[in-house]
Design a protein around this ligand. Structure first.
Ligand code: ADP
Ligand code: MG
Length: 240
């Protein structure tokens, strides 16, 4: 047992004969903001989906808050995932979108009400609760998607390129917003991106992936100043 946030031990993943994750060992400290970064196709989403329980591991073990969750359903892992596609229900109001998962889990009405109120306050979407997703801007929709994760009060937030559909300006403001959320909520956050700037600005710890393997783990500064190899240096854009 450990009080470490998330522990990955010997994680492998194959799709048929295609090996995509080749044995990942990683300890993620409770409350930290960890970014998985690497080129498209290197296995970032697959790794995140295994932590979420949306994809089975081929081999290895996943521990969250000292609990072996490897064989648990996604809903029993204490995680909530924010996807890049907004995946909001278009026929439901923002309030109903936020409440939906809690209703399905038979959460009491009063509890749903207070969690939706708290999440919409923290995301500053209180004034949008009666609108439908179609009446929202891209940034507002992304806030609702994050809100759906917050109302579940997860131990760990998992983000898969949540900002990649937004324009450059909005990406910067949402990035600042997500950093603020991390400060305010204090949860462990695992964030996947192929964008070096996002990684450098958000992370306490960066995990650089390439072809299903970890090339380097370190703080943004360590990775930038002392890249382990030419691949990391090139990808992060270190001098030399
Ligand atoms: P990333 O998120 O870093 O872009 P992915 O995790 O999506 O990478 O994909 C890693 C590799 O696994 C890719 O080669 C991809 O084609 C393959 N892959 C992902 N999901 C599946 C699947 N369900 N079936 C077969 N191959 C898959
Ligand atoms: Mg991906």
């Amino acid at each position: 047992m450990t009080d470490t946030g998330v522990v990955l031990s010997g994680i492998r993943k194959s799709f048929g004969s295609l090996d995509v994750i080749h044995g990942i060992d990683l300890k993620i400290a409770e409350g930290s903001f960890v970014v998985f970064v690497g080129p498209s196709g290197c296995g970032k989403s697959t790794l995140l989906r295994m932590i979420a329980g949306l994809e089975e591991v081929t081999d290895g073990e996943i521990e969250i808050k000292g609990r072996n969750v490897t064989d648990l359903d996604p809903s029993d892992r204490g995680i909530a995932m924010v996807f890049q596609s907004y995946a909001l229900y278009p026929h439901m109001s923002v309030r109903e979108n936020l409440a939906f998962g809690l209703k399905m889990a038979h959460t009491a009405r009063s509890e749903i009400h207070s969690r939706v109120a708290a999440a919409s306050a923290i995301l500053k979407i209180d004034h949008l609760l009666d609108r439908r997703p179609g009446q929202l801007s891209g940034g507002q929709r992304q806030r609702v998607a994050i809100g759906r994760a917050i109302v579940r009060k997860p131990d760990v937030f998992l983000f898969d390129e949540p900002l990649s559909n937004l324009d450059a300006e909005l990406r910067i403001s949402m990035r600042i917003e997500i950093a603020r959320l991390h400060r305010e909520l204090g949860n462990t956050m695992i964030y996947v991106t192929h964008d070096q700037t996002e990684a450098m600005t958000l992370a306490d710890m960066i995990v650089v992936l390439r072809d299903g393997r970890i090339e380097q783990v370190g703080s943004p500064r360590e990775i930038y100043e002392r890249p382990a190899n030419l691949f990391v240096a090139g990808f992060i854009g270190s001098p030399r």
